[in-house]
Design a protein around this ligand. Structure first.
Ligand code: ZN
Ligand code: ZN
Length: 252
């Protein structure tokens, strides 16, 4: 009796400590959950295999998109190279149209984060394009064979790609315009209710600079707005037309 009481008295502080530890873990989980939700919870969904316009297909590689762009007979270009070093989703998309890794003639990197460059080395024949100012961040992920400057235009087969510098998410983040689609990488996203959102602050070098870059891009492309049919993002689904970018620019 005495002994068991003694045990209970000694056990109590331990139980209390465990209880507080459990509460601590729970609070951490709630905090992590709310950070996750504020970063991603309102994102529109990525749909694997979605054709954005003729000649531009979305590949869903886990939580990130890769885009496959037709670039002539039996050759394609990629916008980014995904998060999966084995390139499973990209290779499957190529296989669906009877293509192989050797069919990828070019990769245009929106920026150097690892969730966009992982499969680069699977495509031995690909020329690699990125803004010159991003080459350092891309590092060993892949050698950039074509360092770009803002305003450059590149041709790969019958594909024409224009490059716009949008520093902010990373110092050398690029937006590409090809086949009437603007590819933003991580510099913007789409909410479930169809609005364009700025880069996720948590993962961005300079969120204020990102907004300024997007506003400048909107002003610059306004005269060409009729030719822009789609806005494509790396971590969300797409938006239709130029208007969401114009609305973003006027409301920030
Ligand atoms: Zn990123
Ligand atoms: Zn990313």
């Amino acid at each position: 009796m005495f002994e068991s009481d003694g045990v209970r008295v000694r056990a109590l502080p331990m139980k209390r400590a465990l209880k507080w530890a459990a509460v601590g873990v729970l609070l951490l989980l709630i905090a992590a959950g709310s950070v996750w939700y504020s970063a991603f919870g309102n994102n529109s969904a990525i749909v694997d295999g979605q054709q954005l316009v003729p000649g531009v297909e979305t590949v869903k590689d886990g939580f990130v998109s890769v885009f496959v762009l037709d670039a002539g007979p039996r050759q394609v270009a990629l916008i980014d190279a995904g998060n999966d070093a084995s390139g499973k989703a990209i290779l499957a998309a190529l296989a669906r149209r009877g293509l192989t890794a050797g069919s990828v003639a070019a990769i245009f990197l929106t920026h150097g984060h690892g969730d966009h460059t992982a499969a680069c080395k699977l495509f031995p024949d690909a020329q690699v394009y990125a803004l010159e100012s991003e080459v350092a961040l891309i590092g060993d992920a892949i050698k950039v064979t074509h360092p770009l400057k803002d305003g450059d235009a590149s041709d790969v087969g019958d594909l024409h790609v224009e490059t716009f510098a949008v520093p902010g998410h990373t110092p050398g983040s690029a937006v590409y315009l090809a086949r009437g689609v603007l590819f933003f990488g991580d510099s913007a996203g789409a909410s479930k209710d169809g609005a364009m959102m700025k880069a996720v602050r948590l993962f961005s070098k300079d969120s204020g600079q990102d907004v300024a870059s997007l506003k400048a891009l909107a002003a610059r492309l306004q005269p060409r707005s009729p030719e822009i049919t789609t806005l494509a993002f790396a971590h969300t689904g797409p938006l239709v037309g130029f208007q969401p970018l114009a609305t973003f620019a006027s409301s920030h």
